[in-house]
Structure formats: structure tokens, C-alpha cells
Design a protein around this ligand. Structure first.
Ligand code: SF4
Length: 278
């Protein structure tokens, strides 16, 4: 199969099946950027409400650049990965100072903004500006690996770069945004992770090597992740006169700058905690 053959059926399917998502109703560079950052590591359903509140409170780069950190983190509260919010504000300041308040219409310039990597730069460049840049996320890697029965390890950065070159080579003229979104949408809703894909609903079933071989779930190949590190902590509830003690975490590292209950390493009983806190 020549991979170009997926373009038309995929675009036709997307035109019929694209989900109605808040950030798709009005496409601006700012809205695409905010939605793409929020969607990193986060489910679409969880993002919808946050996106509406964020855009309502901070409708453009000027408001985002000027917001104070407390309000920013309040808008982000519960979404996790708070460095994303801080990087958004840093990037908004660069946009105000360097780009006259508008996101730059260039892949290279987008890549220089804090918190913007190749995927996000490609998504904003293609969806908001129509530039022929790939936007390869986990969904796209999964679809490509199944379509071509490619057993390369998708956790390998070189494999991702190769996928970006592949996608760049087949982006249809003038339809980069729709094409990138169609590939991601197929991966999110049909050629989904965690179990067998819905090949019966797939517009590419007749072109797909994994489907032809009946071994769709053998792809993608991904090296096992390192085991999650489990840390035991003893959390202290220190109450006096209806006041509860909180402390602020260091400015760098995990949950940087957020408030937390004081805590100690290890699983301690009351006496052990008093002893350790001395
Ligand atoms: S046919 Fe099945 S495995 Fe192949 S791309 Fe479509 S959903 Fe994925």
C-alpha cells in the first residue's frame, strides 16, 4: 500500500465523523494552542469544562500574559501537570513582547515558545495556520504502526521522527489541519488503544496491513515503561485554633510551588512522626 492512499478516505470519514468539540467551533491560533496544551496527558471530556472557563477568563495572549499566578493556577486546579499552566503564561509574555500579541505563523517560531514541543507546534501550525506540518501524537503513531504493520518501538524518538517525516510526505495541499486532525481522531475513536480497534467502522480497513493479517493488537510495539516509583509519606494534620498548617513546595520539581499538608518520608505512626519532626 502507498500511504498516500489513506488521504482521501480519511478526509471523507473525518468530514462525517469529527466530534463536536468546543475548540473546533471557533478556530483561532490562541484557542488551538490552549486546547492542545490542556489535552496533553488529559482526556477530552475532562478538558471541555476547563477550556471554556479558561477562555472565558483569559480570552487572548494579553490577558494570559498579565494574569497573576494564583488566578492562573485556580483556572488549572485539578487538571494536573501545573508546569503546563506556567509555561502558557511564559509563552504568552513572549508572544506579547516578541510577536506583537499574535501567535507566530511559523513552525520554527512556535517551537521556541515555552512548553511547545514538535507535536504542539505542528498542531497549531497546521490547524490554525494551515501550514503543511505533521502533528504526531500517540494516536497517530498507533494508527501508522497498524496500517503498515510496523513493529518498530514507538517509544523510540527516532521512530517518532520517522513518522513525522512520513506524515509530512503525505499531507494534502491546503488541508493540513483537517488531515492531522483526522489521523488523530481515527486513533482516538476507532483505532483506539487498550483492546481491539473498531476495524468494522474504519475507513482504512481495506488498506490496513495489520487488519489484513488479523493481528491489529500486535501493534504498536512499545518498550515496557520503567516501573512506577512508589513513595511512602506520612501526612501531618496540624490544627490550632481552627487553623490548618500548610506549606509551599519548592519552586522546582514535582508539583512545584503548590501548597500541601506538611509531610515526612516513610510510613510513621504518631510517635514516629513526632520523633522525626523534632
Ligand atoms: S483497520 Fe483497524 S487496525 Fe487498521 S487502521 Fe483501521 S481501526 Fe486501525
Amino acid at each position: 500500500m502507498r500511504l498516500e492512499e489513506i488521504v482521501e478516505p480519511l478526509l471523507g470519514w473525518y468530514a462525517e465523523n469529527a466530534r463536536d468539540l468546543p475548540w473546533r467551533r471557533e478556530v483561532t491560533p490562541y484557542r488551538v494552542w490552549i486546547s492542545e496544551i490542556m489535552l496533553q496527558q488529559t482526556r477530552v471530556e475532562a478538558v471541555k469544562g476547563y477550556f471554556a472557563r479558561f477562555i472565558g477568563a483569559l480570552p487572548g495572549p494579553a490577558e494570559l500574559a498579565a494574569v497573576d499566578e494564583r488566578e492562573l493556577l485556580k483556572l488549572w486546579e485539578g487538571l494536573g501537570y501545573y508546569s503546563r499552566a506556567r509555561n502558557l503564561r511564559k509563552a504568552a509574555r513572549v508572544i506579547m513582547e516578541t510577536y506583537g500579541g499574535e501567535l507566530p505563523a511559523s513552525h520554527e517560531a512556535l517551537l521556541t515558545l515555552p512548553g511547545v514541543g514538535p507535536y504542539t507546534a505542528g498542531a497549531v501550525a497546521s490547524i490554525a495556520f494551515g501550514l503543511p506540518e505533521p502533528a504526531v501524537d500517540g494516536n497517530v503513531l498507533r494508527v501508522l504502526s497498524r496500517l503498515t504493520a510496523d513493529n518498530s518501538d514507538i517509544a523510540d524518538p527516532a521512530v517518532k521522527r520517522a513518522a513525522e517525516r512520513t506524515v509530512r510526505g503525505i499531507i494534502p495541499a491546503g488541508r493540513a489541519g483537517a488531515f492531522n486532525q483526522a489521523l488523530m481522531e481515527l486513533g482516538a475513536t476507532v483505532c483506539a488503544p487498550n483492546g481491539p480497534p473498531a476495524c468494522g467502522r474504519c475507513p482504512l480497513a481495506g488498506l490496513c496491513a495489520a487488519h489484513a493479517a488479523g493481528n491489529e493488537t500486535a501493534y504498536p510495539v512499545k518498550a515496557a515503561k520503567k516501573a512506577r516509583r512508589v513513595e511512602e509519606r506520612t501526612v501531618l494534620l496540624l490544627v490550632r485554633d481552627e487553623l490548618l498548617a500548610l506549606r509551599r513546595r519548592p519552586a522546582k520539581g514535582l508539583l512545584a510551588g503548590l501548597w500541601e499538608l506538611p509531610n515526612l518520608p516513610g510510613a510513621l505512626d504518631g510517635a514516629g512522626a513526632v520523633e522525626r519532626a523534632r
